[in-house]
Design a protein around this ligand. Sequence first.
Ligand SMILES: Nc1nc2c(ncn2[C@@H]2O[C@H](COP(=O)(O)OP(=O)(O)OP(=O)(O)O)[C@@H](O)[C@H]2O)c(=O)[nH]1
Ligand SMILES: *[C@@H]1O[C@H](CO)[C@@H](O)[C@H](O)[C@H]1NC(C)=O
Ligand SMILES: [Mg+2]
Length: 402
Amino acid sequence: MPTPQNTRTLRFALLAFFSLIVLYKIYTSSYKPKATLPDVSDIQRQQLEAAKNYLSTPADTGITPKPPTTLSETYPGERANATFVTLARNVDVWEIAKSIRQVEDRFNRKFHYDWVFLNDKPFNDEFKKVTTALVSGKTKYGLIPEKHWSFPPHIDQEKAKKAREAMHAKGIIYGDSISYRHMCRFESGFFFQQELLLDYEYYWRVEPSIKLYCDIDYDVFKFMKDNNKKYGFTLSLYEYIETIPTLWDSTKAFMKEHPEHIAKNNAMQFISDDGGEKYNRCHFWSNFEVGDLNFWRGQAYTDYFNKLDKDGGFFYERWGDAPVHSIAASLLLPKDQLHFFNDIGYYHVPFTHCPTSEEDRIKLKCSCEPKKNFDWKGYSCTTRFFDMMGLEKPKGWETQLD
Ligand SMILES: Nc1nc2c(ncn2[C@@H]2O[C@H](COP(=O)(O)OP(=O)(O)OP(=O)(O)O)[C@@H](O)[C@H]2O)c(=O)[nH]1
Ligand SMILES: *[C@@H]1O[C@H](CO)[C@@H](O)[C@H](O)[C@H]1NC(C)=O
Ligand SMILES: [Mg+2]
C-alpha cells in the first residue's frame, strides 16, 4: 500500500510533469516558423491595388494626388555620340554599383547612354553581370594594353624607386604606390585612346563611391555639343604641391616649344596669378569630368602629354591626371569652352558640390546639405573661375564662405 507521503509525492511529480509539457507547447508554438513567407508578387499586387484605390478616391485632403509616372520614362529626341567611362578593378564592383545607381536614377534612365568599363586586368563575370544589370544603355568592357599601364623604357627605375621612398617617408598619400602612378598616367594620356572609346565623341567619367544629389532632366552630352563646350567640371581646388614640384617647369618648356598650341582667350588666369610665371595649383577635380574625347585626341594635347611623359614626372614625382587635364584644358582651349556644371550636385570623398541657391535645389530636387557646398570655401578655386569668366555668383554664396 502506498503511504500518504508517497501519494503526495506522486501527485506532485505528475503535476510538475504535465505543467512542463504545457509550458513546452506554449514555448514551441510561439517560436514555430511561419509556413512560408508571403509571396513578393502578392505584396506588389496588394500595394498596386491600394495605390489604385487611393488614386481613384476623391481627395478629401485638398491635395490632388499626382498621376503615376513610370520610372523608365525615356526622354524623346536624338542622342549625342557619347558614353560613360569608368576605370575600375574587379574589387570595386559594389562601390561602382552604387555610383551607377545614382547616375541612372538622376539621369541615365531617361537617356540610356552606353557605359565603357576599363581595367588593367580582365573583368570577371560578377563585375560584368552586376554592372550590366544596372546600366540602362549598352555596357562594354575593355582590357587596357600593357603599354598604357607600365613604365615606359626611358624611365630610370632606380630614380623612380628613390622618389617613391622619399615621398612615402614624407607621408604623402599614395606616395609609394606604383599602381596609383600607372592610373594617373593612364587617365592623363591613354583613356581616350582605348579602342572602345574610339566610337564616341563625348564622355562622362564616373568613379566608384560617388553621389549625385540632383535630378538632371536635360541631355548633358547634347548640351556640350550644342554649346561647343569641351570640358565640364563640378569641383575645383588646389593641388598638393609635393606631388607636382616640376610639372609647371615642364609646362613652361612645352609652351615655349609649341606656342602654336596655346589658345587665344585661354584660361591662364585660372591656373596662374602672374600671367604664367608660377602655377597657382588650381585644378578641376577630375574624378568627375564631362568632356570632348577629340580634344584629348588632338595634336595639341598629344604634344603636351608626350612632353610630360618624356620628362617622367608621373614616376619621378606623382603627377595626377587632375592637374594635367586642368592645365591642358586651361591653356589649349579658349576659356568659353570650359563649363561649370552648377546644376549637377556631386560628391566624391571628401568634397561636395551642392547648388548654392535654394531655388535651384528645390527645382532640381537636390538632396544635398547646402552648408556642405565646397564652391566658396577657402580651398576651392571656383571663385577664380567665376571671376575669370565674369560670371555672377549664385544667390546666397556669401552665406557659405566657411
Ligand atoms: N583597373 C584599375 N583601376 C584603378 C586602379 N587604381 C585606381 N583605379 C581606378 O582609378 C580611379 C581613381 O582611383 P581612386 O583610388 O579612386 O583614386 P582617388 O580618387 O585619387 O582617391 P580616393 O580618394 O581613394 O578615391 C577609380 O576609378 C579607381 O577605380 C588600379 O590599379 N586598377
Ligand atoms: C562618333 O564619334 C566617333 C569619334 O569622333 C566617330 O568615329 C564615330 O563615327 C561617331 N559615330 C557616329 C554614329 O556618329
Ligand atoms: Mg576616387
